[in-house]
Design a protein around this ligand. Structure first.
Ligand code: SF4
Length: 285
């Protein structure tokens, strides 16, 4: 038996951005997105075939498109200002959860200038860049408990996390900062669709002999969730598509769970599911 995890696949924010890209493509025949619309190369390839073109910031500045999608991760205010200056029509698909976090950080920054904003997240990640942009670059980004240990701040601190951060590590970072500096205001900003998935994924991993986790190397959410799989069920395997599957993983086993990240398309989960069934059947014959 092979079962697909019913909680795997696109979250609300990614679904919304991809639906908007598909609408743009069917209306205009092509579309342009600033940065990869989703951290999944297979889905990127599918959308590229339909006419989606991905540009980076340099291309936006040197060869501005007439319309441009902003993906779920969001962008700093400077991007909107540049787009306006260049006459680009922005189709803003920043996830509402990210938008709310950007607003919260901007409010804190403008209303409480004595407070140092600290963001727990991956340095250079598009969402984190968008969050730091709300503070004119003044926020400090920490990516690990070790980095939090090295921070020496005296005044008030407001701590926020990237929406897809590991919430257990975020709690550790908060503890470290509180120990070193009592004046820390911790904001619970890990997205519910990420946080809720961890206990559900652990349960799913315990229910199956073998877990096949479908994601992409570029997805931080995917890598974090795969680590959850591995620590719950040692027979967990990381794949990016059907070509990575190996028949030996399923030797003597007929109970497989297929799961994936928030950026894994459901059509890819289905493909992997079918291939697992085929490999199990071949092992039995
Ligand atoms: S993980 Fe949460 S915050 Fe990020 S895009 Fe999905 S719904 Fe939005």
């Amino acid at each position: 038996m092979v079962e697909i995890d019913k909680y795997a696949g696109f979250c609300f924010g990614v679904t919304k951005a991809i639906t908007s890209a598909e609408n743009e493509l069917s209306k205009h025949g092509s579309a342009c997105c600033l940065g990869k619309i989703v951290h999944n190369q297979k889905e990127e390839n599918r959308l590229e075939k339909l006419g989606l073109h991905t540009i980076d910031r340099n291309e936006m500045l040197s060869n501005p498109p007439s319309r441009m999608l902003i993906r779920a991760h969001g962008e700093p205010p400077s991007t909107y200002a540049e787009a306006k200056r260049l006459g680009i029509t922005v189709v803003d698909e920043t996830c509402p959860v990210v938008l709310k976090l950007q607003e919260l950080i901007a409010q804190k920054f403008h209303n409480d200038p004595d407070c140092q904003i600290v963001i727990f997240g991956k340095k250079g990640h598009a969402e984190v860049n968008g969050l730091v942009g709300q503070t004119d670059g003044n926020a400090i980004v920490v990516s690990s408990v070790e980095e939090a240990e090295q921070l020496n701040l005296n005044g008030k601190i407001a701590l926020f996390s990237q929406t897809t951060a590991d919430y257990l590590m975020y709690a550790q970072v908060a503890e470290v900062l509180k120990r070193k500096n009592g004046r820390v205001d911790v904001h619970e900003t890990v997205c519910g669709s990420v946080k809720n998935r961890i206990p559900r994924l652990q349960e799913f991993c315990r229910m199956h002999d073998v877990i096949v986790f479908v994601t992409d190397d570029a997805s931080s959410n995917g890598r974090m969730l795969y680590e959850v799989c591995r620590s719950t069920n040692p027979k967990s395997y990381f794949v990016t598509d059907v070509a990575d599957l190996k028949a030996e993983w399923f030797a003597g086993c007929n109970d497989v769970g297929v799961s994936g990240a928030n950026s894994t398309p459901s059509w890819l989960l289905e493909e992997v599911n079918r291939k697992c069934e085929e490999l199990i059947k071949n092992n039995e014959d």
